[in-house]
Each structure stands twice: as C-alpha cells, then as structure tokens.
Design a protein around this ligand. Structure first.
Ligand code: 6GP
Length: 829
C-alpha cells in the first residue's frame, strides 16, 4: 500500500483533523499552544520571530484540515489536473494572503490584540520568498492562487532556491547585490518531506541491451542528487480549498558522499556534497535573457525530473494504465525552462516502462503544453549539444530522434525545402550545434500560447512562422491576468471597501462585476470617495518610503510610477529623458517651475548583475534624482525617488498609490506586462505604447482614458526597414537635443562626462529600442497627462472607469481560458 505521507492510507487522510475553534478564543489558545509547544517559549519571553512563527503556524492549523481534505479528494477523484512546471514563483508574503483566504483576518487581529501584540509587527517579520525574477514568476504565483480559488486540482512544481532574487542596495547610486537569505530564520509555511525524496541522475553514458529479443537503451548515469520536496499550502479564497505548491531542494545522496568518503578524501566528499547542493542554491537573476550556464540546465532537469517522477509514482495509483496519462494530467511548461521534461517523459515511458516509441510519443504530445513569455530572440533558450549530451546523454539521443521524425514529417509535406528544414530543425547549427528549446516545446506541446493578443499573433507570424504553418491549430492566445485577492483586496483595502460598499463583495472572485462601477463614475460623491482613497494610499506609501528609505512624498504631486525589471526594451531611458527635459526647461529659464504640474516619479527596478547597460541606467536615474531633488530652482515641484529592492511587498504599497502607470516599451517587445493590469485595476491611468496587454487595456478602458503614444509594431518594422538613424531624431528635436546634451555634459555626474557617455552614445548611434524615435510623441503624451491632471475630477472619473473596465484582467479569467482552450480540467467539487 502506498505510504506517501499525505496518501490514502494515512490516518489523517482517512479522518482529517478538525481545525482549532473558529473564534478569537480558539485562535488565542492555538497561538499560545504553538508558542509553547512548537517554539518552546512563553509569551512573556518570546521574541518577535517566535511570535511571528507561532502566529503563522496557527494560521496553518486552520487551513490544515482543508488541505488534507483536498489532497484526499483529489486522490479519490483521480480527475485530470494541472501540473504547472515553473522554474520561478515570485510569491510575495504569505501571511496576509493565507489569513484572507481562510477568512481569518478578523479573529486573528482580535486574538493578537487580546494578547497585547500588534499584528503589524508580526507582518513585518515575514521575509518574502523571492523565488522569481519578474513577470514570469509572479504570473505563476497568480495562477496557482486562481486555480485554488476555482477549485481546480493543481500542483505547482518548482525549485526551493535557498537564495532568491538578490537584495538590491545602492552605493553611490550604483546597484550592489546582496544575497537574499530568506531562509535564515526558517519559513513557517513549508513542510519538508525528506522521506519522499527522489534520486535524480546526471551524466554518464547510454548503452543498449537485449530485452527478450527487443533492443532497448538504458542510461547509466555518472552521478546523482537527491531532490527533497517541500510542500506549501495554496489556499483558495474562502472556498475551503487548498492546493499544493511543491518545491524541490537538492541534497547530496548518501551513497555518493560515502563512496568518496570511504576513499579517505574527506575534503573531496564535502566538495561533492557542495556541488550537489549547489543545484538549488540560488535563483539565476537574469530576466528574459538566459545565460546558458551548466548549473542552470542542472536546475531545470533537477526539478522537472523530480516533478514528473513524483506525479507518476505518487499521484497516480500503482496500477495506473499509462496510456491514459493524458486523461489525468497536463504538464504546463512555463516558458522553455522546463522543456527538458519532454525527453524525460519519453525516457521514462520508453526506457523504464518499456513502451514503444510511437505510443510513448503519442502520449507525450498530449501531456505537455507550452507558454512562451517573450519576443526577444536572445531570450529563446538554446543548449549546446555538447553540454546537454554531457549532462543528459540519453535525453540528447531522444531529442535527436524526435527531431529526425519531425523533420521527416516536414519533408513529407513540403518536399526537400532545405531552407525550411534548417529553419525548423530542433537542432541548430549556428553559432554552435545546439538544441532550440522553444522548437522542442512547440513540436511536443499539444498547444502553444502567447500571453497577450498581440504577442500571440507575433509569435505565430514572426517568431515561429514555419511552425504555425505546419501546426495551424496548435497556436492560441491566453491573455495574462493578476490575482484580485493580492493586488486589490489585500493591497488596497480602502478601495476594496469602497467597491464592496457600492456593488457588494462578489467582485473578488468575479472581477468582471467591476463593470457595475461604471454608473458610479458619474456620481460626484463616489468620485470624491474614490479620490480620498487614492490620497490615503499616497500617504500610506509616503509613510512606508519614509520609514524604509527616508523619502518624502508630497500629497499634492501627480504620482508617476515606473516599476518593473530594468531592461533596455522596457525603456526606462525614455522616462529619464522626460524628467531631464522638464528639469532642463526649468533651469534654463524657459519654463517657470511654478508653471509645471508638480510630479513625483517613482522608479523600482532591479538589473541583472551582468547587464552593464541596465546597471548604468540605474546609476543615471539615481544621479538625475539627486541633482533634480536638490536643485532649489525646481522648487520641489519635480522629484525622482528610486527606492531600492523593488519586490512584491513594495509593489503592494506603490501600485495603489499611483496616478500614472508607465508602460512604455517599444511596440512588439513586451509580451504582455502584468504590472500594467495591476495599476489600471487600482485606478491609475496608463501612459503606454501599443504593446503587449496595453493594447487590450486601451481597448477596454477607451482611448479617452488612456494616454497612447509612440509607433505601432508595424511602424517600428517599417522604420527598421527604412534604416533607423537615431541621430536624426536627436538633430531634429530641440528638447531632445538639450536633454541628451545635458546628460552628456556631466551635469549629473559631477562634471565627469565619461560616466554616462556609453548611454548617450548607445542612444545616438545604436538605440535598438528606438527611444529617440518615440521621444517626441512621449513628451506630447506627457503634456496631455499634465493637462488632464489639472482637472482632478475628470481625472478621477477616468480612473474609476479604468477600474470598472479592467475586470477582464483577473487571473481567474486567464485560468478559465487555459482550462477551455488548453487543459480541459474542470473543477473538482
Ligand atoms: C515576461 C514578459 O516579459 C512579460 O511581458 C510578461 O507579462 C510576463 O513574462 C508574464 O507572461 N517574461 C519573462 O519574465 C521571461 O523571463 C522569458 O521571459
């Protein structure tokens, strides 16, 4: 009988515990019990960490019965579920989310008050698990929240990085990275299951053998690592459901250690252990630009092999007929990072389960689907054949065979069109022989989707045109979404109360109901209340930034926010040029400071540590900030704030306070964006290009409630085709020339012209992302912003309509779209 710790035969699964009593008194008792029996301290001598831990454990205790119940229900139903494979989950803090989902916020708050504890002090103890870089990782976190809320069986699989995304500090305005030791004090939210560890193989070679007349292949690995699962609760919102997030941690295998140890080389044994455990040590901090490092491929295979093995052996009953696997699971590939799962499933089915190739391939093609999150060619992962063959020799053989059969099918359809064959081959030849993971995913996946309408169309037409011709039905779109629980209900309690007062509480799980606010937009009293919420959120942000960074936020400024990873394609430089243009116009005396609309610009952005240009831009933003903020001629009417270490926790404070959301990527480069959705849902107006999900936001909110500027994607293409010469734009626009010249003059670098020279010359002579081409249109749009903001009531009207019309961007809707178009996994009741 299976003995999985949460398995069908486990006593707790047969008769789940009932949680502590749902009362303030019940909460207090459980809290004190945890403090005494789990932390081993009395309240009177407890530390803040003790109290936070005991509190979190108490919240867990309330959710536990539901979790065990759900695990049991899912086992019994044996219904089709989603196994979401993602190298990143950017979860944010767990405490408030779990309180909210469990309906515990009120009794917990009262219980702590009864103990003389300020619940905010407990909140502040939690270090957010930053197990992701940006959009892709945060999306995964929103999706698992929505699946639990919809009651769809789901396990999220990923890596328990010991160090998540680095902590960013600024020294002399330059980014310095510190390790993110989020586990130093442990995490009360995780449940380690070392007994359910899996052995993951690497290296070695393959050999063939005779299996009763059939020639088979087996993999003889060279080394092993243990994958230890840590489970996390993923509670649905007030629905009694709790799904599981299972993150894998690497440990050295005993046998591996021992062998070396017995040879008498202690140091080597320790080194071997370190080597193995390095696999889950640190999150790669590159966003949208993979580095192709061996350790990265190790990480990918490590978590994917553990997850697939875990699903086959622990989620399925022992006698399961693998031919029916597609009826039980869909492995969703979150970008190309988990794509090595395709040859892994083939290896398990063919080598271990002794299935014939064609049957195994038919199954595999139904069990995977692939989401692409980018359009940048350099972001499409490739692995050198050399490296892949060394680390995963059997997988490389399998990939070769998949490719051979695929190219044979292409030949059959199109004849010997060698150009086409070369373009479609999973194995590329240039600059070195390598495996194109996006192609492998496309060939193997039942479906391939982009993350916004425009992106999906460009994916079909520009990135994978031969594939969309070959597999016309494979391609689909699912526009991204964000969870309204975290990003509205929790992040913006005042707005949430106002909405609930107006239209009732149903919007939290049915976000399209925000439409009902449209009529309220016409009600002056509602607008006044809405404006008051925005003002209160600005004050709250001011307090946070004051405590955190010593910043002051003025109440009467337009709050203009650009928060996202630092990347040239996202064009933080365009925003910098706008600031410098305004500053230059004041200090040159062409414009009186008293005539400008007061603004505070807030940036938040981490740069990949190896991305020199991005780091230089961070330096420039800080340099511009310190000059502008200190110049008395500006009269405090233009301010630039750059709080370091932008993360989910800070996002939850910044976004609700914003008036203006900057979504200014070069058209055709931002796959979707999800920050854009969070801002609109919190009543900020967007200034943006026709890119990613901006297109859909603008369609929904209406042109009059959105500040559109810049070239469209076809216009961008046309300009490239004509030959783009950025210097012509510099010559042709006085404002642009003055702004660029001011930066080049050393005005922001103590007179040293060399510091920002690389930025200036890059823009003048290369400008891959056409900052200069869109500059004048951007400045004009910002002038429209200033004019619009002057009429506060009209601005608020537009802000209310932004909220009312963007309910489409709930990740619940995204999940329904995945279910309808890709997964076909109904909720289990
Ligand atoms: C990001 C995209 O850049 C962003 O536009 C999108 O909203 C987000 O994914 C979620 O779909 N891509 C990544 O973070 C990435 O690493 C390989 O792509």
């Amino acid at each position: 009988a299976p003995t999985h710790p949460l398995g069908a035969t486990h006593p707790l699964a047969l008769a789940p515990v009932t949680g502590p009593a749902s009362s303030v008194d019940g909460f207090v008792r459980q809290f004190l019990r945890n403090l005494n029996y789990e932390r081993g301290v009395a309240l009177s001598v407890s530390s803040a960490t003790d109290r936070y831990y005991a509190f979190a454990m108490t919240v867990r205790d309330y959710l536990m019965a539901r979790w065990l119940e759900d695990v049991k229900r899912q086992r019994e139903a044996q219904a089709k579920g989603v196994a979401y494979l993602s190298a990143e989950y950017l979860l944010g803090r767990q405490l408030d989310n779990n309180l909210l989902a469990g309906g515990l916020t009120e009794i917990a708050t009262e219980a702590m008050a009864a103990c003389g504890i300020d619940i905010d002090d407990l909140r502040a103890q939690e270090v957010e698990p930053g197990l992701g870089n940006g959009g892709l990782g945060r999306l995964a976190a929103c999706f698992i929240d929505s699946l639990a809320t919809l009651g769809v069986p789901n396990t999220g699989y990923g890596i328990r990085y010991e160090y998540g995304i680095f902590r960013q500090t600024f020294v002399g305005g330059q980014q310095v990275e510190q390790p993110d030791a989020w586990l130093t004090l442990g995490s009360p939210w995780e449940f380690p299951h070392p007994e359910a560890s899996r052995r993951i193989s690497f290296g070695g070679h393959t050999e063939t053998y005779d299996d009763e007349g059939t020639t088979r292949t087996r993999w003889v690995p060279g080394w092993y690592v243990q994958a230890v699962p840590y489970n996390y609760m993923v509670p649905g919102y007030l629905n009694g459901r709790v799904n599981t997030l299972r993150l894998w941690s690497a440990k050295a295998t005993d046998s591996f250690d021992l062998r070396v140890f017995n040879s008498g080389d202690y140091e080597e044994a320790v080194r071997a252990q370190t080597y193995a455990e390095n696999i889950s040590k640190v999150l790669y901090p590159e966003d949208s630009t993979p580095q192709g490092k061996e350790l990265r491929l190790q990480q990918q295979y490590f978590f994917v092999a553990a997850s697939i093995g875990d699903f086959l052996e622990h989620t399925l009953p022992a006698d399961f007929d693998l031919a029916k696997l597609p009826d039980r699971v869909i492995f969703q590939l979150n970008d190309t990072h988990p794509v090595i799962g395709v040859p892994e499933l083939m290896r398990v089915l063919v080598d271990e389960k002794k299935m014939d190739w064609d049957a195994a391939w038919a199954i595999t093609q139904k069990c995977f689907a692939y989401t692409c999150h980018t359009l940048l060619p350099e972001a499409l992962e490739v692995w050198s054949v050399d490296l892949l063959g060394r680390l995963l020799p059997r997988h490389l053989e399998i990939i070769y065979r998949i490719n051979e059969e695929f190219l044979a099918a292409v030949r059959e359809r199109f004849g010997d069109d060698e150009m086409r064959i070369r373009n479609m081959s999973i194995i590329g030849d240039f600059p070195e022989r390598s495996v194109r993971m996006a192609f492998l995913a496309t060939v193997a996946g039942a479906k391939v989707n982009g993350v916004a309408e425009l992106h999906s169309q460009l994916l079909r037409d520009k990135v994978l045109p031969d594939f969309s011709e070959f597999f016309p039905d494979k391609f689909t779109n699912v526009t991204n979404g964000v969870t309204p629980r975290r990003f509205v209900k929790l992040a913006n309690p005042k707005l949430s109360d106002l909405i609930t007062e107006a239209i009732g509480p149903g919007w939290v799980t049915d976000l399209e109901r925000l439409r009902e606010l449209e009529t309220y937009a016409e009600d002056p009293q509602f607008r006044a209340a809405f404006a008051a919420v925005k003002a209160a959120n600005k004050r709250r942000l001011g307090q946070v930034l004051h405590a955190r960074d010593g910043f002051e936020v003025s109440d009467d400024h337009l709050l203009d926010v650009m928060v996202k990873r630092l990347h040239e394609y996202k064009r933080q430089m365009l925003k910098v040029l706008h600031i410098v243009t305004q500053y230059e116009s004041i200090v040159s005396g062409r414009v009186a400071a008293s005539d400008i609309q007061p603004r505070t610009v807030i940036f938040g952005a981490k740069a990949a540590p190896g991305y020199a240009m991005a780091k230089r831009i961070i330096h420039l933003i800080n340099a511009v900030g310190s000059v502008v903020n200190d110049d008395p001629r500006v009269e405090g009417r233009l301010k630039v704030l750059f709080p370091p270490n932008y993360n989910v926790t800070l996002a939850e404070r910044v976004i609700p306070a914003a008036d203006l959301s900057e979504q200014i990527s070069l058209a055709g480069k931002e796959a979707s964006g999800t920050g854009n959705m969070k801002f609109a849902l919190n009543g900020a107006l967007t200034i943006g290009t026709d890119d990613g999900a901006n297109v859909e936001i603008r369609e929904l909110v209406g042109d009059e409630n959105f500040f559109l500027f810049g070239m469209s994607e076809p216009e961008v293409e046309a300009l490239w085709a004509r030959g783009y010469k950025p210097a012509e734009f510099y010559q042709g626009d006085d404002n642009l020339r003055r702004a660029m010249d001011l930066i080049a003059s050393g005005a922001f670098s103590g007179g040293d012209r060399s510091v920002f020279e690389p930025i200036v010359s890059n823009l003048l002579y290369d400008d891959r992302f056409m900052v200069l081409a869109d500059y004048s249109s951007y400045i004009a749009a910002q002038e429209r912003v200033d004019a619009a903001y002057a009429d506060q009531d009209a601005w608020t009207h537009a802000a209310v309509l932004n909220v009312a019309r963007t309910g489409f961007f709930s990740s619940d809707r995204s999940m329904r779209d995945y279910i309808d178009r890709i997964w076909h996994t109904p909720p289990v009741i």
